[in-house]
Design a protein around this ligand. Structure first.
Ligand SMILES: Cc1cc2nc3c(=O)[nH]c(=O)nc-3n(C[C@H](O)[C@H](O)[C@H](O)COP(=O)(O)OP(=O)(O)OC[C@H]3O[C@@H](n4cnc5c(N)ncnc54)[C@H](O)[C@@H]3O)c2cc1C
Length: 455
């Protein structure tokens, strides 16, 4: 690889200020806030148009150099740290909200639009509409999050964020621009069907199939009022039934469970949080009453919480900093995993044993997705970056938890490299063959985020 030629070419494509290979600039792209080891990056480039991306892709094919698409870089699992070196394509400059369709309820956005930007824009200009966003920092991008099957406060009602994609425009690994979904036929980006749905190929593929340059994301009506009804449950075995009964009623907008060993008085309890909405105080009061009754009948107890706790929880996104920084020293990662509802009790018990083994304070979150069709189970591991043993403990705990999740019938989510390998080991061989065939056809030079999903 002739680095001097490549940097000159990149500068020519995007301008001198937006391509770099200096040690200082590459430093922050070689690591992320999670537990992955830093890995070398050769170049970073910040394109500002689809045409510039096409030129970068063509250059990468000519030089056989990897491209790593990056939004906010906040997955915590090293997904935008190159595995085989290459060019990080930082998409933050492409941050335009191109269209809001108020009636068909979707936002057409560029890949650099952050969750913070989309929420502020809608609050100001379309206050009756809301997007689904994660509880991640507001600098996470909507596209990066939707493309990893993210989840957030509308997931209980409407599914994971990958389900909310209506269509995409993508620069394929050969440099072609391709539209997928209704937008490939119509001016309206309102649906993925009724044609063969290829959008799914680009979700949870971690940038290995192409670079998404536009995405249509569903928007939802925003109710006037919101509240959260707290419960607690001492016996985790009651949780699957409780969740099933509550989701059956269609009362909850969001539905979270959490378990933590700190402070001491909540140890051994599972906290239940059901978020309800309404247009009037009477509507909320009647929903509160119904949730309390469901708690009573299904092995949980209503818990009155201070106003300030409730207020904090109603702010979106919620701020997970407390659990993220138990150890002090800024390190945090979690095994988000998708699993069936019935696995919650055993997963919770055994993940807590793993935390104890590695001297990590047990902190687990569970988000109900799609009315109970799936649960996002997230044991979290905070660590002190300045302490190598602490970092090793977090990595070992992540690895054991990934194995536990797979053993119980779940699937680790947005998995780091080691977790991806475990998933691939367990995958149906014909699924692997199909994936390999598609990858080889789309990307014969293997330039798109290689090392991920290696089959
Ligand atoms: C404190 C904290 C709390 C969190 N809570 C949540 C939560 O509640 N729910 C949740 O879902 N997540 C959560 N996360 C995880 C993560 O921050 C989010 O999922 C985030 O939205 C990922 O978006 P990003 O822009 O950072 O993506 P990135 O990390 O930049 O990218 C994610 C993946 O998508 C690929 N990619 C990005 N953009 C493109 C593109 N345009 N074309 C092709 N591929 C692309 C990347 O290569 C990478 O593989 C949390 C993280 C933190 C730090």
């Amino acid at each position: 690889m002739n680095k001097e030629v490549i940097i000159k070419d990149l500068e020519e494509i995007v301008g001198k200020d937006f391509a770099s290979n200096t040690v200082e600039d590459l430093f922050m792209y070689s690591q992320d806030p999670g537990a992955s080891e830093p890995r070398p990056v050769d170049f970073v480039v910040m394109p500002n148009s689809v045409e510039e991306i096409q030129k970068i892709v063509k250059l990468a094919n000519r030089e056989k150099i990897p491209l790593i698409p990056m939004g906010g870089g906040l997955t915590l699992s090293g997904l935008v740290i190159p595995i085989k070196g290459g060019i990080v394509v930082d998409l933050k400059r492409m941050d335009q909200i191109l269209e809001i369709n108020e009636l068909s309820r979707y936002a057409l956005i560029e890949p650099g639009v952050t969750t913070g930007k989309l929420i502020s824009y809608l609050d100001e200009s379309y206050p009756d509409l809301q997007p689904a966003i994660p509880d991640a920092p507001p600098s996470a991008t909507v596209v990066g999050n939707a493309l990893i099957h993210g989840s957030g406060y509308l997931s209980q009602k409407y599914g994971n964020h990958g389900d909310m994609i209506n269509g995409i425009e993508v620069v394929l690994p050969n440099g072609d621009i391709c539209k997928l979904g209704s937008c490939s036929i119509s001016d309206y980006w309102f649906s993925r069907g009724p044609i063969p749905d290829l959008v799914g190929l680009f979700i949870s593929s971690f940038g290995t199939m192409g670079i998404v340059t536009k995405l249509s994301y569903k928007l939802y009506p925003k109710p006037k009022m919101r509240d959260v009804v707290f419960g607690m449950c001492r016996d985790p075995n009651n949780i699957p039934n409780l969740v099933s009964k509550i989701t059956y009623t269609d009362l909850a907008e969001d539905f979270l469970l959490s378990k933590t060993d700190k402070p001491d008085y909540v140890k051994d309890l599972i906290l239940v949080m059901v978020f309800i909405t309404g247009d009037s105080e009477e509507e909320l009061a009647s929903k509160r009453k119904m949730i309390k009754r469901l708690y009573r009948k299904n092995g949980a107890q209503y818990m009155k919480m201070p106003e300030r706790t409730i207020k904090g929880l109603l702010i979106k996104p919620q701020f997970a900093a407390a659990a993220a920084d138990f150890r002090k020293g800024g390190g945090f990662e979690y095994v988000g995993s998708f699993m069936p509802l019935e696995m919650i009790p055993e997963a919770s018990k055994r993940a807590a044993e793993i935390s104890n083994k590695y001297s990590i304070i047990t902190t687990q979150a569970f988000r109900i997705i799609g009315k109970g069709h799936c649960v996002m189970f997230a044991p979290t591991f905070a660590f002190n970056r300045a302490d190598p043993l602490d970092m090793k403990n977090a990595r070992d705990a992540l690895d054991e938890t990934n194995k536990l999740v797979l053993e119980l019938g779940g699937i680790p989510w947005k998995s780091e490299l080691a977790g991806q390998k475990l998933i691939v080991e367990k995958m149906d061989p014909n699924y692997k063959n199909l994936l390999k065939t598609i990858r080889n056809i789309l990307d014969p030079n293997g330039i798109m985020n290689p090392g991920n999903w290696e089959v």
